[in-house]
Structure formats: structure tokens, C-alpha cells
Design a binder for this molecule. Structure first.
Ligand SMILES: N=CN[C@@H](CCC(=O)O)C(=O)O
Ligand SMILES: [Zn+2]
Length: 424
């Protein structure tokens, strides 16, 4: 048998090759292969077996994993990838206790990034997005969802979506695009949120025709859009053939979780203050709860999403960085895996489901990403870790040894050059 790339001596291999989304207690049921090997040909997974069985495989390149952990590339199901500027000055306001929604009300927060994004050229936005994608890649992410939402006018929203489309062509990572024109109410529409939603919905036809987004999202929150406004807007999006997502129940419990289920949303995101009724409905539905614990951490909150309760009730849960310039400024999904362990009380097995198979299903990529399976794109990460429990345990650093995207080595950890015997 011939292969382009053969990985041998894998200490633990997580294939995550399950019919997804994986719900409830099945999220804690992890299949771990030991002493495994994986062969890749033409960018696809061609063979999975034991290292002892791999000796007959002729490979162009062989990587000896030396007992390390190997998993599918991480799937990042919720980012605000394309934006101008940064908001470090807001950190002092947050330290003084000014609430996130108050900063927004005063024209800061999302609205300050809107101004910076309007001012940025297409090329500046593209370069910045590619930079953040590089960072995600070196942290083991191989598929990323990217939202617009820092334009809030037709021209700038389209600029963001076009940047995401070009970034998908230029960058090795796969990008799944979401239109979040309904992210905040711009000042000129302050008293007319419905008219603003109407103007954003006028973009649906063009976005569809030019394949600029697969999903439409809305921020359902106090001072932003109500449940009723969100229902109406998302129904229109569905009529145009978009899948829908909701930033739901992040700060105030408005019933956004229930709305996500009612609308048949592919995901309800945040859900930090989801009600018990919302959790029950989520568990009984096909909607995936995309939990963003980095946001609670970064906004200095004591409340974290009831992800434990969601899984105990039978829901499918994914986790994400929510990478954005205001409420969660990190591209490091491994850090979020640690926060999920410490604050959401998820087990390592649940966390791995949440960043692979379930995250892929939350962005409509359950058939392509988030698993190491025969015939699939070979998106694989070799970790400087002896087992799958190690990544959430050793927090705040990058454990990636090697990232393979579509069968090609995209990134390898660089060793510092000195007279070294360092080894994991
Ligand atoms: N909550 C709404 N939107 C983003 C934050 C965006 C920002 O603060 O720039 C979120 O998911 O947290
Ligand atoms: Zn978000």
C-alpha cells in the first residue's frame, strides 16, 4: 500500500468518528485507540490501524508521533473573524465595573469596532483576518466559522463577507461564513430597530446569489433585538434558504434558547442564562448549544452557561472561543477547553466532542470536519501531550506539535536552537 504521509507510534488516537451530533451522556463516551497509525493519500484519510500493522505501507513521508496524542483538527464554530481596530481601552472601563451593555449603549463596544471596520480598507481587513487565521491554525484549528456584523450598513457588511470569502480561498483553513448584520442597532436607527432589520434583510438575496454566507445570525438581547423582532427576521432568512443561528440568552434571559429551538436553528450560541425550560427544549431538539465560556471569563462574570445541565438533560453541546475584539479576545481554543473543564465542569471526553464532531455539526460541516475517518479530509493534529486529558489540564499554553490540513503539514512547533535534550 502507498501513502503520501504515514503517522506511526500514536500513543492515543481520537478518531471522533461517530454519527453526530453527539448528545447527552454519549458525549462522555470516547473511543481511544492506542499504539495507532494513520495513512493519508491525496489529502484524505486512507487507512487507520495499529502501528504494528503499518509496516507494509510505503509512504513518501513518515512522522513518528513518539507516543503523543493525535486528534482531528479542532473546529471553531463561532468567531467574529473580520474586524478593524481593537478595544484595549475598554478593559479599564470593564475593571471599573461598567457593564458590557452599558458600554454599547454609550456608543462604544460593538459600535466602536463598527467605526474602525468602516474605516479599514478591504485589504487591511483581509490581512488582519489572515493573521488571526494563522494564529488559529498554529493552535490546532483547521475549520472556522466567521461572522460579519461590524458593518451595520450594506456596504461594510458586504465588505466583511467578501473578505471572509477571499480569506477562505487564500488561507489553508476552511471558513464557513455567517451574516450577522443584526449584531447591534446603529445610532441612526436607534428608535427604529425594525426598519434596520428590514434594511439588513434586503441583503439576503445578494448574499445568497453570491454565496457570501450560509447562515444568518442575530443578537437577541436587551437593548439590541427582541425575541419577536428576531423571530420575524430569522423567518425571512429561512425563507431565503439560509440556516439560522442566534446569539441567545447571553446577558439577560429573554427566551433566546427557546427561540433557537422554535426556529430550528442549527445552533443557539452563548446560552449563559438559559432557562430550565430552554434547556429541556434544547435537549429534545436538533439545535446544538454552542457555549462560549471565554466570554464569561473575559467579561469578569461569575455566571457560566449551564452546559453541565444541558448535557445531563441530553443536549448536544459545542464550545468555542467566540474570538472577537470585545468580549473574548483569544484565538486559543485550547484555553477555552480548560475553562470548560474548570468552570462548566465538563469532562475531558465531553470537551473533545465539543471541539470536534459537535462543533462541525454546529456549522454544517458534520460530513467533512471534526473526525478522522476513511475518505475524509485529512485534518489532523499531533499534540505535545501523552493523552487526551492533558490538554484541558495544562492550561493557557499551546500544546500543538504538528498541524496537518488536507494531508499537508501546515505547521510544526519550532524548537529553540541550543544544545538541547528537551523532549516532552
Ligand atoms: N454578544 C454579541 N457579540 C459578540 C461580541 C462582539 C463584540 O463585543 O465586539 C459576542 O458574541 O460576544
Ligand atoms: Zn459572538
Amino acid at each position: 500500500m502507498q501513502a503520501d504521509l504515514l503517522i506511526t507510534n500514536i500513543g492515543q488516537l481520537l478518531t471522533m468518528d461517530k454519527e453526530g451530533p453527539v448528545k447527552g451522556k454519549n458525549m462522555n463516551d470516547l473511543h481511544v485507540m492506542e499504539d495507532a497509525a494513520v495513512a493519508i493519500k491525496d489529502g484524505k484519510i486512507d487507512w487507520i490501524g495499529l502501528t504494528d500493522e503499518a509496516s507494509s505501507i510505503q509512504a513518501v513521508k513518515t512522522i513518528d508521533a513518539k507516543g503523543k496524542l493525535v486528534t482531528p483538527g479542532l473546529v471553531e464554530p463561532h468567531t467574529h473573524l473580520v474586524f478593524g481596530g481593537s478595544r484595549e481601552a475598554e478593559m479599564a472601563l470593564k475593571q471599573q465595573g461598567v457593564p458590557y451593555l452599558e458600554i454599547l449603549k454609550q456608543g462604544g463596544g460593538i459600535l466602536s469596532t463598527v467605526n474602525a471596520t468602516k474605516q479599514a480598507s478591504y485589504d487591511e481587513l483581509l490581512q488582519k483576518a489572515l493573521f488571526h487565521l494563522d494564529r488559529m491554525a498554529i493552535h490546532g484549528i483547521t475549520t472556522v466559522e466567521a461572522k460579519s456584523g461590524y458593518g451595520l450598513d450594506k456596504e461594510t457588511e458586504l465588505k466583511q463577507l467578501n473578505v471572509a470569502k477571499e480569506a477562505n480561498v487564500r488561507h489553508p483553513l476552511d471558513i464557513v461564513s455567517t451574516f450577522l448584520g443584526a449584531h447591534a442597532i446603529p445610532p441612526q436607527y436607534k428608535e427604529k430597530p425594525e426598519a434596520f432589520l428590514e434594511s439588513m434583510s434586503e441583503l439576503f438575496a445578494e448574499i445568497k446569489e453570491n454565496n457570501l454566507a450560509e447562515f444568518v445570525d442575530i443578537f437577541t438581547e436587551t437593548g439590541v433585538f427582541s425575541v419577536e423582532q428576531s423571530r420575524h427576521y430569522l423567518q425571512k432568512a429561512k425563507d431565503y434558504g439560509f440556516g439560522v443561528k442566534i446569539h441567545a440568552d447571553e446577558i439577560d434571559p429573554l427566551g433566546g434558547t427557546e427561540l433557537a429551538v422554535e426556529m430550528g436553528a442549527i445552533s443557539g450560541d452563548h446560552l449563559a442564562v438559559a432557562s430550565d425550560e430552554g434547556i429541556k427544549r434544547l435537549a429534545a431538539s436538533d439545535t446544538i448549544g454552542v457555549i462560549l465560556p471565554g466570554t464569561s471569563f473575559y467579561l469578569g462574570k461569575d455566571t457560566y452557561a449551564p452546559a453541565r445541565k444541558m448535557i445531563d438533560n441530553g443536549a448536544a453541546v459545542a464550545i468555542s472561543t467566540d474570538f472577537n475584539p470585545g468580549s473574548s479576545v483569544t484565538e486559543n481554543l485550547q484555553l477555552i477547553m480548560s475553562i470548560a473543564a474548570l468552570k462548566l465542569k465538563l469532562s475531558p471526553a465531553e470537551i473533545w466532542h465539543a471541539v470536534t464532531v459537535n462543533a462541525a455539526h454546529a456549522i454544517g460541516r458534520g460530513d467533512r470536519a471534526g473526525a478522522i475517518a476513511l475518505g475524509r479530509n485529512a485534518d489532523v493534529v499531533i499534540w505535545d501531550a501523552p493523552n487526551y486529558m492533558y490538554i484541558p489540564y495544562h492550561y493557557g499554553v499551546n500544546h500543538v506539535n504538528t498541524v496537518i490540513k488536507n494531508g499537508t503539514v501546515l505547521h510544526e512547533r519550532q524548537e529553540i536552537q541550543y544544545d538541547s535534550i528537551a523532549s516532552f
